[in-house]
Design a protein around this ligand. Structure first.
Ligand code: AMP
Ligand code: ZN
Length: 465
């Protein structure tokens, strides 16, 4: 199996550090809002990578974190007048709901930064003790110049980085590339005791500390979006290799960016969609399929049109499965004929093409093309005159390939997002409570147009489709 390694900038044969085991870490979201469609990309992609390794019989230990202490969380908490913990708890629950919808299997471990302070403080202490970090004004910095390989992942040269930027005005940093490991808390911010005073960790150290705690000094795969290559992953390498004295990561995998209408996603220009918004129109299954329909390293353009193509493609597969299922249940002839046996060999070709695509740096775009070829084969070759055995064999193979990619093919009606309906009903209840009957009626009509009928009963609102 070949994986493109960002570190070496080429595809390399995958050889695990320990036989039959894959130790894998992916940087998780900062939990201050619903996840956006861009955040869904690494989640879906690396879940698919994990599933593929497991399908090949590897024991995969997959760890991903929640960044639950951060300026954005603190700002949001201040805006809403609640604690940072409350914001993080709320959005962790929402991330998990979206992940369930996207059929992302729960990672083996899911640490939160605020639960792992001891591991973080231990690692910072070790970096200071070994001379790789220094303290100034209750802030601890990593001394980037002490790590000779700094810049290797991103292809940046530390001397150029240094000459291109100015050291902060307060002069606390020794070099411009030095980065914060620990900083003092401002009044009202979450804080933890440390030997440098009360404060909180910088962003990069959390991943190094969690990798060490849950996976060890060296891991097979570290993943994330390409925006994390510099400085986040560069800094992780520096911290981990200096603290542990061992190679940190064997293969670095980075997904390309998802753009909206060919433009960078940006909240301020309205070019921004949460997954939750999109599932009102397209199902979670379609979003997963859309993400996997491109190679994970290629840029992916999200628009009504491109996700619409994904919706049609997924429907084509679903219809094929439905037809095959009907045939299996309704035909009389049990056993395959000689001719069918001969024809069935083609199924192996499609399945092999699928495997080949996945073995070549997880080329899900080509893997999906093989599924479409198999669907086309099924549509032409399997019908009411077929044997049960032949129809079942075709059905099982289409299902197995969809399963390998974690594709669910729920009927559109089921995918009429229940959560959306529940939200609408809650909104209608609120409107009724505030005597805004026009709004309440408008919501009832909107649901009716979707084929959802609501009844007010003594025990609450009941809805049916
Ligand atoms: P964040 O919460 O911003 O730290 O992002 C969580 C993950 O989503 C990281 O792996 C990011 O690289 C990734 N990510 C953020 N925006 C995009 C995007 N537009 N396309 C693809 N991946 C993204
Ligand atoms: Zn990270």
């Amino acid at each position: 199996m070949k994986i493109y390694n960002t570190m070496t900038r080429r595809k390399e044969e995958f050889v695990p550090l320990e036989a039959n085991r894959v130790k894998m870490y992916s940087c998780g979201p900062t939990v201050y809002n619903f996840i956006h469609i861009g955040n869904a990309r690494p989640m879906v992609v690396f879940d698919t990578v994990r599933r593929y390794f497991e399908r090949k019989g590897y024991d995969v230990v997959y760890v991903t974190n929640f960044t639950d202490v951060d300026d954005k969380i603190i700002n949001r908490a201040n805006e809403e007048g609640v604690s940072a913990r409350a914001i993080a708890d709320k959005y962790i629950a929402e991330v998990i709901k979206d992940e369930e919808g996207l059929n992302i299997r729960p990672p083996t471990r899911r640490p939160r930064v605020t639960d792992e302070m001891e591991a973080i403080l231990d690692m910072i202490g070790e970096l200071i003790d070994k001379g790789y970090a220094y303290e100034k004004n209750a802030t601890v910095y990593f001394d980037a110049k002490k790590f000779k390989r700094y810049g290797k992942l991103s292809g940046k040269n530390i001397d150029e980085l240094e000459s291109g930027s100015r050291v902060e005005a307060d002069g606390a940093k020794r070099n411009a590339s030095d980065f914060v490991l620990w900083k003092p808390a401002k009044p009202g911010e979450p804080k933890w005791p440390s030997r440098w005073g009360e404060g909180r960790p910088g962003w990069h150290i959390e991943c190094s500390a969690m990798v060490k705690r849950f996976l060890g000094d060296s891991i097979d795969i570290h993943a994330g979006g390409e925006d994390l290559i510099f400085p986040h992953h560069e800094n992780e390498i520096a911290q981990s290799e200096c603290a542990n004295g061992a190679m940190f990561v064997k293969y670095w995998m980075h997904n390309g960016f998802l753009n909206i209408d060919n433009q960078k996603m940006s909240k301020s220009s309205g070019n921004f969609f949460t997954v939750r918004e999109i599932v009102r129109k397209f199902s979670y299954d379609v979003i997963r399929f859309f993400i996997l329909s491109a190679h994970y390293r290629a840029p992916l353009n999200f628009s009504e049109e491109t996700i619409g193509h994904a919706e049609n493609g997924l429907a084509r597969i679903a219809n094929c499965l439905k037809a095959l299922d009907y045939i299996v249940k309704n035909v009389d002839k049990e056993e395959m004929t000689e001719e069918e046996r001969e024809n069935a060999k083609k199924i192996d070709v499609f399945v092999n093409n699928f495997e080949k695509a996945m073995e070549d740096d997880f080329n899900t775009a080509d893997a999906i093309s093989s599924i479409f070829e198999l669907v086309k084969f099924a549509n032409i070759n399997v019908g009411e005159e077929s044997s049960k055995e032949f129809a079942r064999m075709t059905l099982d193979n289409v299902s197995a390939l969809c399963d390998a990619l974690g594709l669910r093919l729920r009927e559109r009606k089921e995918a009429v997002d229940e959560r959306f309906i529940e939200e609408k009903i809650a909104e209608r209840q609120k409107a009724r409570e505030s005597k805004d009957y026009a709004r309440a009626d408008a919501i009832r009509s909107e649901l009716k147009a979707m084929g959802v009928t609501i009844d007010d009963t003594a025990v609450g609102v009941r809805w049916t489709t």
